[in-house]
Design a protein around this ligand. Structure first.
Ligand code: ADP
Ligand code: 5GP
Length: 194
């Protein structure tokens, strides 16, 4: 059996990563979402163990000290981490959504990972999506836009760069990236479990 591949999706907050991921998981079979740990409180509709492993600060400290994370970052006031266990075992390829710093670490630690940067059609579109989502305060939206200004130039470091103009075509483009990676002959370096 071919070793699992890791697809890393990143990009600024509000660009549509979670929405694209949901579409991707419905479109492509044999793809699993690698569940991260976070200290952020659970939002309405989120399920522990499905969307995130929601843990206390103390538990996150304990896991960090135990070397459980391949990478972790503080993002918008909370900590988020990719555990080694999340990339371990199980059948099928893995897809994970991380911030740009986490993506840089994963590219370094899992060189075979396929990294995909999602950008907005324009900065104004990003602002409208963040505001339209109506999840964060106005001040928090402004803060995320300031962060986005620093994140957008990092798109050059990724294997693939996509603009999330219309959702359907974007999901299809990510699906095409997954299919193309699967079609490549295994070179022995595609194992995400390291
Ligand atoms: P992220 O996970 O990157 O923070 P979300 O998936 O929460 O972003 O999307 C942010 C907002 O933008 C949501 O309200 C979502 O419905 C909307 N959105 C996602 N993709 C598109 C798109 N292609 N065109 C317009 N709005 C979009
Ligand atoms: P949210 O709280 O909106 O679900 O996610 C906030 C940010 O944390 C997003 O940019 C998301 O990509 C990032 N994130 C989620 N999981 C991880 C992770 O395991 N590691 C890192 N570095 N970032 C993550």
């Amino acid at each position: 059996m071919a070793p699992p591949r890791l697809f890393v999706i990143s990009g600024p907050s509000g660009v549509g990563k979670s929405t694209i991921l949901r579409g991707l998981l419905e479109t492509v079979s044999g793809l699993r979402f690698a569940v991260s740990h976070t200290t952020r409180p659970r939002r309405a509709g989120e399920v522990d163990g499905r969307d995130y492993h929601f843990v206390s600060d103390e538990e996150f400290d304990r896991l960090t000290a135990a070397g459980a994370f391949l990478e972790w970052e503080r993002v918008h006031d909370h900590r988020y981490g990719t555990s080694r266990a999340a990339l371990d075992g199980g059948a099928g390829d893995l897809v994970i959504e991380v911030d740009v710093k986490g993506a840089a670490t994963l590219r370094e630690k899992v060189p075979s990972a396929v990294s995909i940067f999602i950008g907005p059609p324009s900065f104004e579109d990003l602002r409208l999506r963040l505001a339209g989502r109506a999840r964060e305060s106005e001040a928090e939206v402004r803060r995320r836009l300031r962060t986005a200004e620093k994140e957008l130039p990092l798109a050059r470091d990724y294997d693939h760069r996509l603009v999330n103009e219309d959702l359907g075509p974007t999901v299809e483009k990510v699906a095409a990236i997954v299919r193309a990676a699967r079609a490549e002959a295994p070179g022995g370096s595609g194992d995400a479990r390291r």
